[in-house]
Structures are given as structure tokens and as C-alpha cells.
Design a protein around this ligand. Structure first.
Ligand code: SF4
Ligand code: SF4
Length: 431
């Protein structure tokens, strides 16, 4: 689709990139020694061999603006015509590199010997591109739906209520809505509501067993934040404020983030910085909570699965979120044949669809190509079940397994935990 952009889009992009420059950006970009180590950490480079996908190259628009606007030699070079200033075509080229060829997984940031947080700079590049209008149409539509309807997929309260009714029937529990003074407020991603509604039934059974006071808010239930994915702080800010308003209205102490990677890292780590104030509640990922409830003895398991299974760490939950031990502790109780992928935990390989890539249909072919790294990991283990804890990863893995005709069952960890939950009181007493 041809983009119709206002004439000042280039200047707006440059101005926004300038506004994103902070001490970290300057020190990162001025200390890169171009060693190339980060390239081998990025699945878009390893699986395509295309040097344009090297992580540091994706930061080039920021480097260009820094040189063009703030460096003496840069300014002179542009004046004398030795250097090319930023052009619309640069924004167009990097739009595709950054939105289609980066999942914001941060694996590159882990390996840089200088300690450069490359993903941090790429996130800021996105901010400039989005301000100039250079972001994928699919993401723009998702952001519009998120702002106008409250869900990037257009999921309404009516849809959620219908899903809740179906899950209440299926799980045999009642699911609380708008309970003032509950301890916990649980959010869901639209992807979960639509694609994996059994997650809602599973947590309801677990929370009933643990005797948790929890609720869903009819004012705002969406966990995802399209503002973060597209690179728009104003949109991210607006969506975070909705969570805060819903939590404050109900007076909850803790907000539970569901099986959605970026939703967790956004609320847990980005939200206070974006709002410029402390959140008036704690933020916990569902796996942290489940592990905690199990450790406290508030939930118990009986039996387990014989399957030879492995766990795919969602980048935003493990690498960027720090929730690495909890899933392993839970699996340790119910999956004796659990095996690790060679690269796991903080160094796991991404599913290929994070950072908004999954919502960007233009990137489909590239995303399916880079799944090759996950296929190699799984082939090396010969597992029959794959567990994860992010609905977006789950969709991406589902596509990859299907494309490659891999006979591996895929399941969310929360559902797996609920499968072995002891709900029967006699068994509980006996344990
Ligand atoms: S690993 Fe670090 S220093 Fe080396 S090229 Fe990448 S960003 Fe630059
Ligand atoms: S954040 Fe991940 S996908 Fe993006 S450049 Fe770094 S390694 Fe590649």
C-alpha cells in the first residue's frame, strides 16, 4: 500500500529521533566497536545471512541523526556534501528492517562485550519512525483499535462476557467481575480471550483452590500495549493509565499479568518510567504467582505428565522479565521428563513474532523463515510436547510447527498446571 504522508513527516521523524536521544543512546552509539558479535545473537541475521538484519545496523537512523545534528564533523560533512543527510527513503528502508526484522527480544543486548543495550536504541528508533508515519499499516490499525475499542483485536466486553460464561460452564467455577476490594485484578490479552480462552477457566480453578480474592474489570481488561509495539509513548501512556484507573477503582493491591510476554514487561518495567510515577499496585506475572502459591502450599498437584517436554521461554518473560526459575520449578513438580533446549532461560531464541512482528502481516514470510532456529532446537531434543507461557509465542510456535509438519503438542503452562491441580478435598487432606 502506498503511504500518503504529510510533507513534514521527515522533519517530524528527525525531531522525534532527536527527542529520544539521551545519555545512554549517546554513550551506546559512540562506544560501539563494530565487532559484529551481536549479529550472531539475532535470529533475523542468523537465519537470513542478510547483513542488513544485524542488530547494530537497525540503529542507524539514530546514529545518523546524532551525527547530522550534534557532531561537528558530521555537520561539516553534510554541509560540504561528503555525507548524505537523513532522507524519506531512509525512514522507509528502516521501517521494514525495524518492524519486520526485529522482535525486540534483546538477545543482542545480552552479548555485546561493551554492554550496549541495542534493543533500547531500536525501541527509540521505532519512536521516530512511528512519529513520521513509517510504521506498518497493520500495527497502525491495531493501535487505533486499542485506543478506540480497548483491544488491538477489537475484542469487546460483550465478547469477554460470553467467553467467561462458556469458561464458567466448562471449568465449573464462577468467574468474578468488578469485585471492589479484591486483592488481585487479572488482565488478559485479546489473543488469549479469542485463541486460548481455557486460560481463563484454568486460572479461575487455581485461584478458587488457593482461596484468592480476585476480579476482572469490566472497565478495562486488556493486557497488551500496542503503543509499546508500534513505538508510540503517548499511546503506551494512555493504555497504561487505563489499567491504573481500573485497578484504582476496584482498590486492588496487585495486578496479575497473563500469559503475554510484552504485556508483562510493559507493566512491570516500562509503566512507572512512562507514567513518571510509581504504580499504586504491585505487578506479578501469572507464573510468579502460581509458583508462589505452590511454594506456600496454597495449591497442590497430583500426578503429572509422562510426556518428554520442553519449555519455550518467552523473551519478555524470561530474558527481559526475569521469570526464569518459576516455570522450571512448576514443571519440576508435574513433568519428570522435562528437558531443556540448549539455549534457554535468558539466552533462549525468540519465537520470531514478538515486538509486534506477529501483528504485521507484511512480515509473515520472514517470521516463518526465522522459525528455523526454533526448529533446530526442537529437533535436537526430540520432544513430544512444547510448553510456553505467552499467547503470542504460542500462536507463532503453532504456525512454525504446522509449517514444518512437526508432530509436537503445544500447551500453555498455566493450563498444564491446572490439569494436575488437586481440587478434591479428600486428596488435599491426605497430602
Ligand atoms: S556487539 Fe556491541 S560493540 Fe559489537 S557491533 Fe554489536 S553493538 Fe557494536
Ligand atoms: S532485539 Fe532481538 S530481533 Fe531485535 S536486533 Fe536484537 S537480537 Fe535481533
Amino acid at each position: 500500500m502506498t503511504k500518503v504522508l504529510p510533507d513534514d513527516s521527515l522533519q517530524r521523524g528527525i525531531d522525534t529521533l532527536k527527542s529520544q536521544i539521551d545519555a545512554k543512546v549517546v554513550s551506546y552509539l559512540s562506544s560501539c566497536v563494530h565487532c559484529g558479535v551481536c549479529a550472531d545473537a539475532c535470529l533475523f541475521y542468523t537465519e537470513t545471512g542478510d547483513p542488513r538484519y544485524t542488530p547494530i545496523y537497525k540503529t542507524e537512523p539514530m546514529r545518523k541523526v546524532l551525527r547530522q545534528e550534534y557532531s561537528f564533523w558530521g555537520k561539516l560533512g553534510y554541509k560540504l556534501g561528503f555525507l548524505q543527510p537523513m532522507r524519506e527513503s531512509d525512514l522507509k528502508d528502516w521501517e521494514e528492517l525495524v518492524y519486520d526484522g526485529c522482535t525486540m527480544c534483546s538477545r543482542c543486548s545480552m552479548v555485546c562485550p561493551i554492554g550496549i543495550d541495542i534493543a533500547y536504541v531500536i525501541r527509540k528508533v521505532k519512536e521516530g519512525l512511528a512519529a513520521a508515519g513509517y510504521s506498518p499499516d497493520d500495527l497502525k490499525s491495531a493501535a487505533t483499535r486499542a485506543v478506540e475499542i480497548g483491544s488491538p483485536m477489537g475484542v469487546t466486553l460483550t465478547t469477554l462476557q460470553a467467553t467467561i460464561r462458556a469458561q464458567e460452564k466448562e471449568a465449573g467455577v464462577s468467574i468474578p467481575m468488578d469485585v471492589e476490594g479484591a486483592d488481585y485484578l487479572c488482565l488478559f490479552s485479546s489473543g488469549e480471550i479469542v485463541g486460548f480462552p481455557e486460560f481463563i477457566g484454568s486460572i479461575s480453578r487455581v485461584f478458587k483452590q488457593a482461596d484468592l480474592t480476585w476480579t476482572i474489570s469490566s472497565d478495562y481488561f486488556e493486557a497488551t500495549n500496542t503503543g509499546i509495539q508500534i513505538g508510540s509513548t503517548p499511546i503506551a501512556h494512555q493504555l497504561i493509565e487505563r489499567v491504573v484507573a481500573a485497578a484504582e477503582k476496584l482498590g486492588v493491591k496487585t495486578v496479575i499479568m497473563p500469559e503475554c510476554g510484552h504485556a508483562y514487561s510493559t507493566m512491570r518495567w516500562d509503566a512507572p518510567n512512562i507514567l513518571g510515577r510509581k504504580l499504586p499496585f504491585n505487578v506479578v506475572h501469572i507464573l510468579e504467582l502460581l509458583e508462589n502459591l505452590h511454594t506456600q502450599g496454597r495449591i497442590q498437584f497430583k500426578g503429572g505428565t509422562d510426556a518428554r517436554l520442553t519449555y519455550h521461554d518467552p523473551c519478555n518473560i524470561s530474558r527481559r522479565g526475569g521469570v526464569v526459575d518459576q516455570p522450571r520449578s512448576l514443571l519440576g513438580s508435574i513433568a519428570p521428563n522435562f528437558v531443556e533446549m540448549k539455549e534457554h532461560g535468558a539466552m533462549n531464541w525468540c519465537c520470531g513474532g514478538g515486538g509486534g512482528v506477529s501483528a504485521n502481516s507484511r512480515a509473515d514470510a520472514l517470521r516463518r523463515k526465522v522459525f528455523a532456529v526454533k526448529k533446530r532446537q526442537l529437533d535436537a531434543l526430540g520432544v513430544d510436547t512444547l510448553v510456553t507461557a505467552c499467547s503470542n509465542c504460542r500462536n507463532m510456535l503453532e504456525d512454525g510447527l504446522e509449517d514444518n509438519e512437526m508432530e509436537i503438542e503445544l500447551i500453555g503452562l498455566t493450563e498444564l498446571v491446572a490439569e494436575f491441580l488437586v481440587e478434591d478435598q479428600d486428596t488435599l487432606r491426605a497430602n
